[in-house]
Write a protein that binds this ligand. Structure first.
Ligand code: SF4
Length: 450
């Protein structure tokens, strides 16, 4: 047990990735400073830049409970919060991020909303409101509602329509969805204006959007560079770098930072410097990581020469919004709606090509296996997350059927270390090496390009 409690973070291979954690500290510190100064704070779900950007343009400081759950897990201090949520009746199969947040909020309430001294990373201050998002799963709107048991603050849920692949291609579907999302965003602006007693700052919003597009353009170019052999960066780099591009892409500091990320990765590609010195196998990781044990991937690299070359579709910046979609759009709310919708649907053509559903969590990997020359897929089914788990079995079947790419399944959880067996993960990967060798040979005989 003593050993299990010890931190097991990854060393990361990029210098910029080692610095990226500062953006996580900045999120929490800025929220606490705002709270001290009496400024508005909200807790926000990851919403793929839908509503968070609008709230920030209105002067609201945001912190992100999903990111806080990942942070608590990475320093191995989530367990007391998980226990505290469970002892108040929350099932242990509820999302790990949610349980961490519910346990934290219960402690916060019992401390009269003064952040407890021992809160990891300094903790999140009490919010003025909660910003939920209907995309992806039920936990992402029910969890914030359930916090009403501990604090009486409004919850605003952003709708995010997700259609199946065939429905996506129905005439008029996309434009109807965009229209609906814009309407929802307009109502969100009204809610904020009433709550904060001030008007929306549209210029500020447009500036932030412009910065998002620039930061994301760089993040996307870094993803493209990662197709190189040997891979210039790996999954553990990405999971650190995602903090600025997922949570703070509208921050000019994140944009400047990403210029350095791009330069570092480009230098490595130009000089054929691999992230790991002995790259022998190139793997993809799906979908959400074991935040408590990221050091495991350093061990796989050292022991077997495995470079995790691509991972976690949902955390990546999308490709830039096509010019045809930006042309003539003057309403920033429409631009936001189009961009978030684009993130979720840009792989629809791949899904259509392979006659598969759903697009999210699944179709992007069918492009990536070829583009990134993937030898094997690491599937990480989560005890507490259905949407990022049920897709995995479907994905592994498709990769084998269409590309003769095998997969290994290692069960665990994003936050809950108690359901993860590190020794078993090692044993499975040890055995999987032979499987990757075998299918490499099959792909070669069948004329695949890698
Ligand atoms: S998608 Fe999974 S990890 Fe994310 S909020 Fe839902 S249950 Fe939690």
């Amino acid at each position: 047990m003593g050993d299990k409690k010890k931190k097991k973070s990854s060393a990361k291979t990029l210098q910029t990735a080692r610095e990226a954690g500062n953006f996580g500290k900045k999120i929490l510190a800025s929220a606490r400073t705002a709270a001290e100064e009496g400024k508005p704070i909200a807790w926000s779900m990851v919403d793929w830049w839908l509503g968070g950007t609008i709230a920030k343009a209105m002067g609201v400081e945001l912190c992100y409970p999903e990111n806080y759950g990942a942070f608590c897990a990475s320093v191995r201090r989530a367990e007391p919060y998980l226990d505290y949520a469970e002892s108040d009746g929350i099932p242990n199969t509820t999302c790990g991020y949610a349980r961490n947040c519910i346990g934290y909020t219960r402690r916060l309430q019992e401390n009269n909303f003064v952040i407890p001294q021992d809160a990891p990373g300094g903790g999140m201050p009490k919010p003025l409101f909660l910003l939920a998002c209907g995309a992806v799963c039920d936990a992402r709107y029910k969890w914030f509602q359930s916090l009403g048991r501990y604090m009486n603050v409004p919850v605003w849920t952003l709708e995010f329509p997700q259609t199946g692949v065939a429905e996506y291609y129905l005439a008029g579907n996309k434009e109807e969805n965009i229209k609906f999302m814009v309407q929802e965003l307009r109502e969100f602006v009204s809610f904020l204006e009433k709550l904060l007693g001030k008007k929306m700052d549209w210029d500020n919003l447009s500036e932030r959007l412009d910065t998002i597009f620039k930061t994301h353009q760089l993040a996307h170019e870094v993803d493209i560079l990662r197709k190189s052999v040997p891979s210039p960066a790996v999954n553990t780099d990405f999971w650190a770098l995602m903090i600025p591009h997922l949570y703070l892409p509208d921050d000019p500091e994140a944009l400047e930072f990403y210029k350095r990320v791009y330069e570092e990765v480009k230098y490595k590609v130009d000089n054929k410097i691999g992230a790991i010195p002995n790259e022998k196998y190139r793997m993809a990781f799906s979908e959400l990581p074991p935040w408590h044990t990221l050091g495991l991937f350093d061990e796989f690299a050292e022991k077997h020469g495995i470079a995790f070359v691509i991972e976690s579709w949902n955390y990546h910046a999308p490709s830039p919004l096509p010019e045809s979609e930006r042309e003539g759009i003057t309403d920033p709310l429409e631009l936001i709606a189009r961009y978030s919708y684009h993130k979720f649907n840009e792989s629809a053509p791949t899904a259509k090509k392979y006659c598969m559903d759903p697009t999210i969590f699944t179709a992007p990997y069918l492009k990536w296996v070829e583009e990134y020359k993937v030898d094997g897929l690491f599937c990480h089914p989560l005890m507490s997350c259905r949407p990022a788990t049920y897709t995995l079995m479907h994905l592994r079947n498709l990769l084998m059927e269409k590309f003769k790419v095998p997969s290994v399944v290692v069960e665990g959880d994003i936050v809950d270390l108690r359901v993860f067996n590190e020794e078993e993960a090692h044993a499975k990967i040890d055995a999987f090496i032979e499987t990757m060798d075998y299918y490499r040979e099959i792909r070669r005989k069948e004329g695949f390009g890698w």
